[in-house]
Write a protein that binds this ligand. Structure first.
Ligand code: DON
Length: 559
């Protein structure tokens, strides 16, 4: 008896401090924000598809089962690292329509209106369907229709709503503002027109028809076929800006991913028009020559140092970042070690620097509420990270009558007026001003970390400007604080974005730590949930560990 007690006591001592367990699998793993979509991804892999096929299938499935962010009316980024070492980044971000112009969201007195956020004028030209098609054509293996049909079936037959999704549908005010959105997403015809409750089936017959056409005719249906024609006639009838020419001109742009190193690991991440890759590389570089980690995860000291790095990076973001096809983003200057050293040197170890004292750095002259992320690894070791979005939750709130899909409000990611905050409080200037055909600056940061040249961590999240700091924190939690991936994802998060000068803390950060941080001069605000990360780690013993964020009801699954 005694010996058993002894063994049990030793076993407890050997366990890590707070081991939340990820889902483990030997060969392949899919982590998404919604259970049915994860199952669609796993099924694509089991049917012989590779990670890109699974990513395409998940992209369409989430457009049905996670309507606040999953989409065919929005856009996003796909980062791929193939098992043989090749890498690519597909930019299928929305584009400003030809009719768009610099001051289109300002009223007669020059003040921003709400038109970039809600209603028909808020949308950029959607990129998702073209982007998923490009990914499939260049890198997929399975037949296209096999990847789109599961989503069409989910839309046609319906799927039971999770607790979180039912609650979210009920409370979305932008859905209530659009008659078609209200009819589809807030009126359960089976229940006398009440709201949907958890477990109720959500059927989307109009969306099912669009997906069936896309399964049959490819992206052509969406960009010049029946769907395109119906979409632009509704646009014209409702004062929207997108035309058939805009749709016909939409292109996926294949870009070279951004790469950097941190403590011997290689980081592959999102290039402009994402601001995120520059962000995590610059912030990690600011940490690299310090011993910030010695004080431990969640300590006031490590949070202070990381928050000061965040504050400095976001000042640069506001000044120097935009669509690289329209504005020469000074990437190498922003990541130049001498520049980063100079930025680090301005951090005071004991006191918060006021944001008013932090300016965008001197880089020596310029070189001429909702998104979703999923991470996939297949049995060959191909790794895919996708973040795509309608921008705010349910985008512009507008569902196109007869087509059943929601449109993005991505135009709000432009700087509608220099210095005026967007819906995430981010400010920007010339680099991110509205120009026809330009893509708005993004924070989406799908990222892949390599160890000894092999995939080690796949990570990404929604959350607007908070995306960049959350990806940064999860990487630091794994690489510096040696947490397993589930702990790294669940750990309480914090965020600073220069302006407003506030340090946001999740409630899980201890009262003592808060006190220390406010004594250092940080202006603290508590926010309930910062982001929802989906990550996969390649563990040392050869197992894959999938982590869906404990903040949401997503699902990790593999085999
Ligand atoms: O591209 C961007 O940075 C934003 N459109 C992302 C929006 C987002 O993550 C909202 N999610 N909660």
């Amino acid at each position: 008896m005694h010996i058993f007690r002894f063994v049990a006591a030793v076993a407890v001592l050997l366990l890590p401090l707070y081991p939340a367990q990820p889902v483990r699998a030997k060969s392949a793993m899919v982590v998404t924000r919604e259970a049915h979509a994860t199952d669609v991804g796993v099924a694509a892999l089991k049917a012989g598809g590779n990670a890109v096929d699974a990513a395409v299938a998940v992209g369409f499935a989430l457009a049905v089962t996670h309507p606040s962010a999953g989409n065919i009316g929005g856009g996003g980024f796909m980062l791929v690292r193939f098992a043989d070492g090749r890498k690519t980044f597909l930019d299928f971000r929305e584009m400003a329509p030809a009719k768009a112009s610099r001051d289109m969201y300002l009223d007669a007195s020059g003040n921003p209106t709400k038109d970039s956020v809600i209603g028909w004028r808020a949308s950029g030209v959607p990129g998702t369907v073209r982007g998923l098609e490009t990914a499939h054509k260049k890198y997929g293996k399975l037949a296209w229709s096999k990847l789109v049909t599961p989503a069409a079936d989910l839309a046609k037959n319906g799927f039971p709503l999770s607790y979180g999704t039912a609650l979210s549908l009920k409370s979305a005010r932008n859905l209530a503002a659009s008659p078609e959105s209200k009819r589809i997403f807030q009126t359960n015809a089976q229940k006398n027109g009440d709201f949907f409750e958890p477990g109720d089936l959500l059927k989307q017959p109009e969306l099912a028809k669009v997906l069936e056409r896309i399964a049959k005719h490819g992206a052509e249906d969406f960009y010049s076929g029946e769907t395109a024609k119906k979409l632009v006639s509704q646009m014209a009838a409702n004062g929207g800006t997108i035309t058939l020419e805009d749709l016909a001109h939409y292109k996926t742009v294949e870009r070279t991913p951004l790469e950097g190193k941190y403590r011997g690991f290689d980081i592959i991440t999102a290039p402009p028009p994402s601001s995120g890759g520059i962000g995590i590389l610059q912030m990690l570089a600011m940490l690299e020559k310090t011993d910030f980690a010695a004080s431990g995860a969640g300590s006031a000291k490590s949070i202070h140092f990381m928050a000061e790095a965040m504050r400095r990076y976001y000042a640069d973001r506001a000044e120097f970042m935009g669509d690289p096809d329209f504005y020469k983003v000074p990437v190498s200057k922003l990541l130049n070690p001498k520049y980063v050293d100079a930025r680090r040197a301005t951090i005071d170890a004991d006191h918060a620097t006021s944001s008013d004292e932090v300016r965008p750095g001197d880089i020596n002259g310029k070189e001429s509420t909702e998104t979703t992320h999923y991470s996939i690894v297949d049995a060959e070791g191909n790794a895919v990270a996708v973040t795509y979005t309608l921008n705010g939750g349910y985008g512009s709130g507008v569902t196109v009558p007869g087509l059943g899909f929601l449109l993005n409000n991505e135009m709000d990611d432009f700087s509608v007026k220099p210095g005026a905050p967007n819906m995430y409080g981010a400010i920007g200037g010339e680099a991110n001003s509205i120009v026809a055909g330009k893509r708005p600056l993004s924070s989406m940061t799908p990222s892949i970390v390599l160890k000894d040249g092999k995939p080690f961590l796949i990570v990404g999240t929604p959350g607007g400007t908070r995306i960049i700091t959350s990806v940064f924190e999860v990487i630091v939690n794994v690489l510096d604080f040696h947490m397993n991936v589930q702990d790294a994802v669940n750990a309480p998060r914090f965020h600073h974005q220069w302006k407003p000068d506030k340090l946001l803390l999740e409630p899980g950060i201890s009262p003592d730590t808060r006190l220390l941080l406010s004594q250092q001069g940080h202006s603290i605000e508590t926010v309930n949930a910062i982001c929802e990360v989906a990550a996969i780690q390649f563990e040392a013993d050869g197992w894959l560990a999938g982590a869906s964020d404990s903040r949401v009801d997503g699902k990790a699954a593999g085999y």
